[in-house]
Design a protein around this ligand. Structure first.
Ligand SMILES: Cc1ncc(COP(=O)(O)O)c(C=O)c1O
Length: 429
């Protein structure tokens, strides 16, 4: 008889085991098109489910507040070295618990409470943590968001003017719902002219950058924050990357560009967090090793090819896209031409097995909880092995579901076609 702690989950906790099995089935037999989601390898899952979760290790490799960290130090050092090499920076902090705490750490490192920051408005594609009033970033700092052009493009002249007028100490760039290439070089020039720190939050596009499918902000941004679980295809976690090297250790707390590594490390711990999640750190290390392979570079490029094919298919089916198309892994569909709102479209697509999220479009006349658009992306389906042909078929499924929303039999046919398609691309057996 196994001891209590040796029982498999299905015996020790059948309720949770059964829900995990159901969620796995849902992930395999539906089309997950939320652009911030992905499927990790079994190796990443194994690292995440390892005994590293048992260990406390406040501090950093070689400087811990707990004993017994000889192997944890090695794991974290490997993760840091891989991150530095992949993104070509001199410093990487792999401890932030997730993307939001990473952005909080960047603000904590670079600003005093009440100082001004600017980021892309959330209703134009920016993230909650880039200065939204209900978030720490808009509550503890003075926030003056910038907006896109009327048709949804980043307008760099407008951002430059905005920075001159507002004189922020920190400029966030990077987005959660922007389908075009971001000109980090220009943003770097704007930040330099405004004497502001530039923080590039590449959470969405980190995998594209790693795989050479989007330009890198390194060399233009002072600090780069990213989640590790989106296009980068790692566990839920985050990293903060920067360059710098304090010349005088006694002055390492001063807010200068040379001191960025010290400022960032101190902001993460002890500034905001306690013990790092070592099992996640191990998963990040594994994902970074995967992301450095030629296969991953092919994957990143296929994400974009799939995204363009999906966008093309939607346009052919009479949909309108914010900015008219995509250069990356996602697109925002403006549903007004189809006389359906974002919330209803999300529910309709859910019924047939397509998971998307409702999304604001720039200058949306509707409210955030029921906006005019939906956001779609291809990272996860690309991981499953789908290619342009499947994307064209999926565009057709989306069109049929929305156009025949009152025809139950038609929707059932789409749902059955989707199950059939999914059964050809099972990722976790
Ligand atoms: C651009 C961007 N930054 C940060 C985050 C926050 O990441 P997390 O949800 O891990 O806190 C997100 C999440 O969607 C994001 O899109």
């Amino acid at each position: 008889m196994p001891e209590w702690h040796e029982l498999p989950l299905r015996e020790s906790d059948p309720d949770i085991a059964s829900l995990i099995a159901k969620e796995k089935h849902r992930q395999m037999f539906g089309l997950e098109m939320i652009p911030s989601e992905n499927l990790v390898s079994l190796a990443v899952l194994e690292a995440m489910g390892s005994v590293l979760t048992n260990k406390y290790s406040e501090g950093y490799p070689g400087k811990r507040y707990y004993g017994g960290n000889v192997f944890i130090d090695e794991v974290e050092s490997i993760a840091r070295e891989r991150a530095k090499k992949l993104f070509r920076v001199s410093h990487a902090n792999v401890q932030p618990y997730s993307g939001s705490p990473a952005n909080q750490a960047a603000c904590f490192a670079l600003l005093d409470p009440g100082e001004k920051l600017t980021g892309m408005s959330i209703s134009h594609g920016g993230h909650l943590t880039h200065g939204v009033a209900v978030n720490f970033s808009g509550k503890y700092y003075s926030s003056a968001p910038y907006v896109t052009s009327q048709d949804g493009w980043l307008d760099y002249d407008l951002i430059e003017e905005h920075a001159k007028k507002e004189q922020p100490k920190l400029i966030f760039c990077g987005a959660t719902a922007y389908s075009r290439v971001i000109d980090f070089k220009r943003l770097g020039e704007i930040a330099q002219a405004a004497d502001a720190f530039l923080v590039a939050d590449v959470a969405h596009i980190a995998g594209l950058i790693a795989g050479g499918a989007h330009p890198s902000p390194v060399g233009h941004a002072d600090v780069v924050t990213t989640t590790t679980h989106k296009t980068l295809r790692g566990p839920r976690g985050a990293m903060i990357l920067c360059n710098g090297n304090p010349s005088d250790p006694l002055k390492a707390a001063e807010r200068s560009k040379e001191n960025l590594p010290t400022l960032i490390d101190r902001a993460v711990f002890p500034g905001l967090q306690g013990g790092p999640h070592n099992h996640t750190t191990a998963g990040i290390a594994v994902a970074l090793k995967e992301a450095a392979t030629p296969e991953f570079a092919d994957y990143a490029k296929q994400i974009v090819r799939n995204s363009k094919a999906l966008a093309e298919g939607l346009l052919e089916n009479g949909f309108e896209l914010v900015t008219g198309g995509t250069d990356n892994h996602l697109m925002v569909v403006d549903l007004r031409s189809k006389n359906v709102a974002g919330k209803e479209a999300e529910l309709l697509l859910d019924e047939v097995g397509i998971t998307v999220n409702k999304n604001m479009i720039p200058f949306d006349p509707r409210k955030p909880y029921d906006p005019s658009g939906i956001r779609l992306g291809t990272p996860l389906l690309t991981t499953r092995g789908m290619k342009e042909g499947e994307m064209t078929a999926i565009a057709g499924f989306i069109a049929k579901t929305i156009e025949k929303r009152n025809d139950t039999a038609a929707k059932e046919r789409v749902a059955s076609d989707i199950k059939e398609l999914c059964s050809q691309f099972i990722f976790y057996a």
